[in-house]
Design a protein around this ligand. Structure first.
Ligand SMILES: Nc1ncnc2c1ncn2[C@@H]1O[C@H](COP(=O)(O)OP(=O)(O)OP(=O)(O)O)[C@@H](O)[C@H]1O
Ligand SMILES: [Mg+2]
Length: 233
């Protein structure tokens, strides 16, 4: 098992959002975290990477208790975080944005631009351009590429399909699968896009009002009633 979350709660100030969440992600699994808008998916992701503190519960990377570690330390242990909204620096060049991922996996000397360009050739072409000049889909590729420049073992992806045109969503789905198949990465992905979930997820964990309410086989989402119940569609 790569990631284990035990009875985790977190929120903003006194407002509890994530409520007693437990989940496990095994080696080389791609797990989709799904649920309607505002149920706490991003808050859970921010808790996993350490951008917000957890009020109770534990987070383990393998057998390491990482609950109290800083985001930088979690990154150095091999967690790559691709935030909702991408979090790229629009006035910096594509290459400078990629360099910010060096610390993922803890060995900046192993910085691997070639691996990024192998998955996202467009980023090589656009290397010296300002990141803000890229399209939404290209910026999303940059945000994923940034964690691949380091040496991640687990990647946390928060809605990579958001603001991205369908053909690029499909390409991103293929890359997520290749990252697992060829690079052996483990993935926890927050998504609402049925096509992307269907293309990548081994199974789905459903969140509602801050808690995990059920798990689904990915094919269960082929049933429109099930999809409507758990996704904002
Ligand atoms: N910085 C913040 N301060 C206070 N409350 C917040 C903050 N960010 C989010 N919230 C609240 O926490 C709740 C969960 O938000 P969160 O962003 O985790 O949901 P989400 O499931 O990721 O939604 P979406 O699908 O729209 O991305 C919402 O009620 C939101 O208003
Ligand atoms: Mg969100």
């Amino acid at each position: 098992m790569v990631l284990k979350v035990n009875h985790l709660s977190s929120g903003y100030g006194n407002v509890k959002i994530v409520n007693d969440v437990s989940l496990e992600v095994n080696t080389k699994e791609i797990i989709a975290l799904i649920g309607r808008n505002g149920v706490g998916k991003t808050t859970l992701m921010k808790s996993l990477i350490g951008h917000i503190k957890s009020s109770s519960g534990k987070i383990y990377l393998h057998d390491n208790d990482i609950t109290k570690l800083s985001p930088a330390k979690r990154a150095a242990l091999g967690i790559g975080y691709v935030p909702q909204g991408r979090g790229i620096f629009t006035r910096l060049s594509v290459l400078d944005n990629l360099r910010m991922g060096e610390n993922v996996g803890g060995n900046p000397r192993s910085t691997n631009f070639e691996r990024v360009f192998q998955f996202f050739p467009i980023l090589k072409e656009r290397g010296n351009q300002k990141a803000g000049s890229l399209s939404g889909g290209e910026q999303q590729q940059l945000s994923i590429g940034r964690v691949l420049v380091g040496n991640p073992e687990l990647i946390l992806l928060d809605e990579p399909s958001e603001g991205v045109q369908p053909n690029i969503v499909q390409a991103i789905g293929e890359i997520i699968r290749r990252l697992r198949d060829e690079e052996g990465l483990t993935v926890l992905i927050v998504e609402q896009n049925l096509d992307l979930i269907g293309a990548v997820a081994d199974h789905c964990v459903v969140m509602d009002k801050g808690s995990i309410v059920t798990q689904l086989a990915t094919k269960d989402l082929n049933n429109p009633d099930v999809a409507r119940k758990y996704l904002a569609i």
